[in-house]
Design a protein around this ligand. Structure first.
Ligand code: FAD
Length: 600
């Protein structure tokens, strides 16, 4: 089969025509870039994805990492890949020039990751973890730690991780039991267990730098007592040599998908000599880690949309090639069979996939734009973009994650029985995609975060800003004749979202236990409205593109966009009616059920 897994034309459209990446180059911080450099970056990333990452996609799935003599051995391409990413500046791309980076806008970096993830999710995760951990170190760690550790991470010699989860504390980080004892002015002694740590050990690099959440002895209970430590696998002596830091790889978990990247069980301080270096201030660790977690959540959304994109292109190719049956209005059995793309249901499946992939991608790059504006906007506007980003992060993580699985499943369905067999990569995409609603906070956690915290924070200021953004798109869309009905539909959807939200705010006062009971449904509803907003924005840009004397290929592209936008508004948006109905019932149906009633 062809090796198309993403569309560069679409990435350029969303980056430039929908979200105006070129405006960012007006700011001195991004002034070294222009439209041409962005095209070059995307093309280079796409070539690497095609030539290095995609060819080992299936091989890495069939030959997952091995745990041998206390070490995790990974596929040899991982080493080559990390080295290349270090040497060619992909890990440092978004970092400041001062730190050896290129000050690439986050939007562009997310587009690059989309290409890498679509080609091979597992191998790309190593890169993302190091860059994310490096960013936390650069922002919050003491200068001597930055000097000692960051350079080697950005050049791909050392790997970064985020080590939060423990056997008894997954979603409930307040209950972590890893603890830190002050030892001298410079370090603490760390003791505890962490599980499921992505790229927690690997022979592809010389050293691993873990960002570990732990509680200093005597700290306040709950999340207010959590601190963040830099804990290397090998610590750096004053002479620059590396020595063991008493971090043991106790095991490796065997996963259903995403098998090219190991998840490790790590034990810290078995010999009482594991040194951890405090990052920032004591007890404020979770707030620092949130920088990495929020970035990783956007990364998860990107990965989910990217895998769904790869599955879409495979199923599109198959649908054009596979012949079965005849057109619905054709009864003559002597006529040749038609490609299955001639059947309405196959087209519905393809449109559904595409509406999920392109809608999710647009939301992710919208968030990337807020990150960039937060970085460069005047001081008084930083809070504005920060609030929008905070509100949208649970949606940008969860919508692509949940709907990405549905999208891949629809692609697999197009393959019929062949989709279920490993002759084609669809079954792998399905397995790979399944992790996304689980890691970086399960969907349940994001539902509660959105409804319980984000919508209400600062007197609902973020929610108000969001409504203004959507209303602005509605106003712009209403001025385009073809889009007016869709702008109206979005207007009605937003009104419904507001109605449901104010109903739930009343419930929160009257019956707190019922308030959050259906928060995942609220997340679903908010997600669909948000993706409809992103589709209207894409529709506005596609309409503009058509007016501006588009070439034949561009005309086809814009028409395809408008058709997919219409699909979303006619097939997906109406789903909010059912969700809204249930959310306004707010009763004790689930929370009131006696546990024994589940039995038998
Ligand atoms: C492949 C993979 C990679 C990972 N990588 C990392 C990593 O790099 N670093 C790291 O620290 N961790 C990592 N994790 C751990 C991951 O973040 C956790 O698995 C996840 O947060 C869920 O925790 P848990 O598995 O303990 O499930 P639990 O927290 O036990 O949850 C079990 C179920 O209960 C639900 N639940 C829990 N609490 C509530 C609640 N209050 N209300 C409603 N429902 C609730 C959950 O939604 C879930 O459905 C990884 C996991 C996997 C599988």
């Amino acid at each position: 089969m062809e090796d198309k897994f993403a569309s560069i034309r679409n990435l350029r459209f969303v980056l430039k025509e929908v979200h105006g990446v070129e405006d960012l180059f007006e700011y001195p911080y991004f002034a070294d870039h222009d439209s041409g450099t962005i095209d070059l970056v995307l093309q280079t990333a796409s070539n690497i994805a095609k030539d290095l990452l995609y060819p080992v996609l299936r091989e890495m799935d069939k030959n997952p990492p091995e745990f041998k003599d206390g070490n995790i051995l990974v596929h040899p391409t991982v080493k080559q890949w990390i080295k290349l990413c270090g040497e060619d500046g992909w890990i440092a791309a978004e970092f400041s020039q001062e730190l050896g980076g290129q000050q690439l806008p986050n939007m562009v970096s997310l587009a690059v990751f989309f290409l890498f993830f679509a080609a091979n999710y597992s191998i790309s995760a190593y890169l993302q973890l190091t860059a994310g951990a490096g960013r936390v170190i650069s922002k919050f760690a003491a200068p001597y730690l930055v000097e000692k550790y960051l350079g080697k991470m950005l050049t791909g010699q050392w790997q970064g991780t985020m080590a939060m989860t423990e056997p008894q504390a997954g979603s409930s980080l307040a209950d972590i039991a890893t603890y830190a004892t002050p030892a001298d002015d410079e370090y603490y002694l760390i003791s505890g267990q962490k599980i499921f740590i992505s790229s927690g050990d690997s022979d592809a690099v010389e050293n691993i730098v873990h960002l570990v959440l732990a509680k200093i002895k005597g700290a306040p209970p709950g999340v207010k007592g959590i601190s963040l430590f830099l804990v290397p696998k090998y610590r750096v002596r004053s002479t620059g040599e590396l020595e063991s830091n008493d971090v043991t790889t106790a095991g490796m978990f065997h996963k259903m998908g995403y098998r090219g990247c190991p998840i490790a069980h790590l034990s810290f301080g078995d010999q009482g000599d594991c040194r951890g270096y405090l990052i920032g201030e004591e007890h404020k660790g979770l707030s620092y880690m949130f920088h990495l977690m929020n970035e990783a959540r956007l990364g998860v959304g990107t990965g989910a949309a990217a895998i769904a994109s790869a599955a879409y292109y495979k199923s599109l190719e198959f649908a054009k090639m596979r012949t079965q049956g005849r057109k619905a209005n054709e009864k003559d059995p002597t006529l040749p069979m038609v490609p299955i793309i001639e059947h309405a249901e196959t087209r519905r499946l393809l449109l559904s996939q595409r509406s999920i992939v392109d809608g999710s991608l647009s939301l992710i790059l919208q968030c990337g734009r807020y990150i960039d504006l937060q970085q460069v906007a005047p001081e008084e506007m930083k809070d504005h973009y920060g609030l929008l980003l905070d509100l949208l992060t649970p949606i940008a993580k969860s919508y692509p994650s949940e709907m990405g699985i549905q999208s891949v499943s629809q692609g697999l369905q197009i393959f019929g029985g062949s989709g279920y067999c490993d002759e084609y990569p669809m079954e792998q995409y399905y397995r790979d995609a399944r992790i996304h609603p689980i890691h970086e906070g399960t969907t349940a956690i994001h539902g509660m975060d959105l409804l319980g915290r984000k919508v209400r924070m600062r007197d609902s200021k973020a929610f108000e800003l969001y409504l203004n953004e959507v209303r602005f798109a509605i106003e712009t869309g209403s001025a385009v004749a073809d889009l007016k009905p869709y702008a109206e539909k979005l207007g009605q959807a937003v009104e419904l979202l507001q109605k449901v939200t104010s109903h739930l705010m009343t419930v929160s006062k009257e019956s707190p236990s019922v308030f959050l009971a259906d928060s995942v449904l609220y997340l679903d509803l908010f997600g669909v409205v948000t993706i409809a907003w992103q589709w209207l924005l894409q529709g506005i840009s596609a309409s503009k593109g058509l007016v501006n004397q588009a070439s034949e290929t561009d005309t086809r592209f814009y028409r395809g966009k408008l058709r997919t936008m219409k699909y979303f508004f006619h097939y997906e948006l109406p789903k909010i009616l059912g969700l809204a109905q249930r959310l306004q019932e707010s009763d004790l149906l689930t929370v009131g059920m006696v546990i024994e009633e589940f039995d038998d």
